[in-house]
Write a protein that binds this ligand. Structure first.
Ligand code: SF4
Length: 157
C-alpha cells in the first residue's frame, strides 16, 4: 500500500496535469471511443502508482479483462473518473491539442519516475488490462477462473 506522503506526491502530479490540460482546453465530443482501445487503435499504459490508485476505489470488474477496452466505461461514461490514470486525464482526440498532451505526459511520467526512485519502489509500466488481470479482485464472471489466476497481487511496490 502506498504511504501517505508518496500518495500526496502522486496526487500533486495529477493536480498539475489536470491544471495543464484545463489550460490547454482540448475539445471532447464525449464519444467514449478513446476508452474502447481496439476500436480506437491505441493502448492505455499506466504505471504501478496509477494502477494502485485506480484500483483502490474502482468498481469491481470481471477478470480476465481483454485489451479491447476499459471495464470502467459504462454507457460511454467513466465510472472511475476520480482516480483515473494519467492517460485518461491527458488524452484528447482534438487535433488542435496535438503535441500538448505528449508534453504533459512526458513531464508527468518524469515526475512519477523520480518519485519511484526516491521511494525505492521500482518502476512498472504496462497496459491497463495487464494491471487489471494481475489485481486481487473479487471475481464477477459466471465461470470460475483457474485457481492459479483467480486472485493475485498487483506486481507493485
Ligand atoms: S478509467 Fe475511465 S477514462 Fe480511463 S479508460 Fe477507463 S473508462 Fe476511460
Amino acid at each position: 500500500m502506498m504511504n501517505p506522503s508518496l500518495r500526496a506526491a502522486v496526487d500533486a502530479v495529477y493536480a498539475e496535469v489536470d491544471a495543464a490540460v484545463a489550460a490547454a482546453r482540448p475539445r471532447c465530443e464525449a464519444s467514449g471511443r478513446c476508452c474502447r482501445f481496439t476500436e480506437y487503435g491505441h493502448t492505455l499504459f499506466l504505471s504501478h502508482f496509477e494502477a494502485e490508485i485506480l484500483l483502490a476505489t474502482a468498481p469491481t470488474y470481471a477478470q480476465p479483462v481483454s485489451r479491447d477496452g476499459c471495464p470502467f466505461q459504462v454507457n460511454n461514461l467513466c465510472t472511475a473518473r476520480q482516480e483515473r490514470p494519467l492517460g485518461c486525464r491527458i488524452y484528447f482526440c482534438d487535433p488542435a491539442y496535438e503535441g500538448i498532451g505528449e508534453a504533459i505526459t512526458e513531464s508527468a511520467l518524469t515526475q512519477l519516475k523520480r518519485l519511484a526512485d526516491a521511494h525505492g519502489t521500482g518502476w512498472y509500466y504496462a497496459p491497463l488490462h495487464v494491471h487489471l488481470n494481475a489485481a486481487d479482485r473479487v471475481q464477477t464472471t459466471d465461470t470460475d477462473p483457474p485457481a492459479e489466476t483467480g486472485r493475485r497481487s498487483l506486481p507493485l511496490v
